[in-house]
Design a protein around this ligand. Structure first.
Ligand code: SF4
Length: 349
């Protein structure tokens, strides 16, 4: 049972896990899950789009890219007071983490003080803070950390060899560079990807290989299922077999045993039974409440009812703290304060 923290995963090893009979794979993933977490607890995050649409990038899955005609209207950066009101509502609904997403290639330096003020305000409410703003310079990452940011979301999206089929306006290395700046600033990382974009199983394994072999496992690993939006290049892609999605969750759990594995975009379209299977496979985090950027998300009542039916409960902040750690290259564990974030645009979580 490979439940230790490893950073040397080979593609064939991960593919061999994917290839296991589903019952066996679920058993192994569930066993790893129990070594590090209470399997009855699910961490809950809320994501707010603080600046929607008008993005100059060309991510093939994203309705916020300006160049695609998806009916998403571009907005300016939200007013800080309005963001805080949303954060208060999220806290009242039971969220422990509040993620703020902006559809930028990267923030301009003049945007940073405004975002920093939002972060400080949300933090003062007693919530964990997360942001997903695009590529960051080292200085910007440091300024966000100083403002009280806990997590930064920046996804690898897919396997290195498939990335160029989906995104052309930046390179895989750009993603890795931002993640490095985020880690060096002392922020916790939220980093995952999207499946169902037409990639192969080997490429899904390649995404998990890239994530697990980062210098530190991401604290949170959002696994998005493509939400097809008319007008984007990936609209019309063949749907991923739901059991393949479950396998993706299970292999993520095994490869990154201490990370929060999050059901993110695409959850609205999942049946309660599929979500239950994902929790059994080791998923232990969801977004709820607010919209996942521009795609829908099950409403709070449906999630709460599902938790009751499954005997699950929201993970308290102190448990996130207790169970959660950041893997170092040496395999040791560095205490991490708390937990994660992610958007449907794939960037977030
Ligand atoms: S995923 Fe993010 S960077 Fe890519 S187009 Fe959408 S908002 Fe822009």
């Amino acid at each position: 049972m490979p439940s230790e923290l490893r950073h040397d995963w080979r593609r064939e090893e991960l593919l061999a896990l994917f290839d296991l009979p589903l019952t066996e794979l679920l058993f192994r993933a569930a066993s790893v899950h129990r070594e590090h977490f209470d399997p009855a607890e699910v961490q809950v995050s809320t994501l707010l789009s603080v600046k929607t649409g008008g993005c100059p990038e060309d991510c093939g899955y994203c309705p916020q890219a300006q160049r695609y005609h998806t009916g998403v209207d571009a907005t300016k950066l939200m007013d800080g007071a309005a963001v805080l009101e949303k954060a208060r509502q999220a806290k009242a609904a039971g969220a422990s983490r509040f993620c703020m997403g902006a559809a930028w290639r990267s923030p301009k330096d003049r945007d940073i003080p405004k975002v920093a003020e939002m972060i400080a305000g949300v933090k003062a409410l007693g919530l964990e803070t997360c942001a997903t703003l695009g590529m960051l310079s080292p200085g910007q990452a440091g300024a966000l950390k100083d403002a009280g940011l806990d997590y930064y979301n920046h996804n690898l999206d897919t396997a290195p060899e498939f990335y160029g089929d989906v995104i052309h306006t930046r390179q895989y290395q750009d993603r890795l560079d931002t993640l490095e700046h985020v880690r060096e600033a002392g922020l916790k990382t939220c980093c995952g990807g999207i499946v169902g974009m037409g990639e192969t199983r080997a490429q899904r394994a390649g995404l998990l290989q890239a994530l697990a072999n980062l210098p530190a496992h991401p604290d949170s690993v959002p696994i998005n299922r493509l939400v097809q939006v008319a007008g984007t290049p990936l609209a019309g892609t063949a749907e991923l077999d739901p059991f393949e999605f479950v396998r993706m969750i299970a292999v993520a759990r095994i490869a990154m045993p201490r990370s929060m594995v999050r059901l993110s975009a695409g959850r609205e379209a999942m049946s309660d039974e599929l979500q239950a299977l994902c929790f059994a496979a080791g998923a232990n985090s969801i977004f709820y409440g607010e919209k996942l950027l521009t795609t829908g998300n099950p409403d709070v009542e449906r999630d709460q009812a599902l938790f009751v039916r499954l005997g699950l409960r929201p993970m308290p902040l102190d448990h996130c703290d207790t169970h959660h750690g950041t893997a170092t290259p040496a395999g040791a564990t560095v205490h991490a304060d708390i937990t994660e974030p992610a958007p449907a645009c794939g960037r977030a979580a």
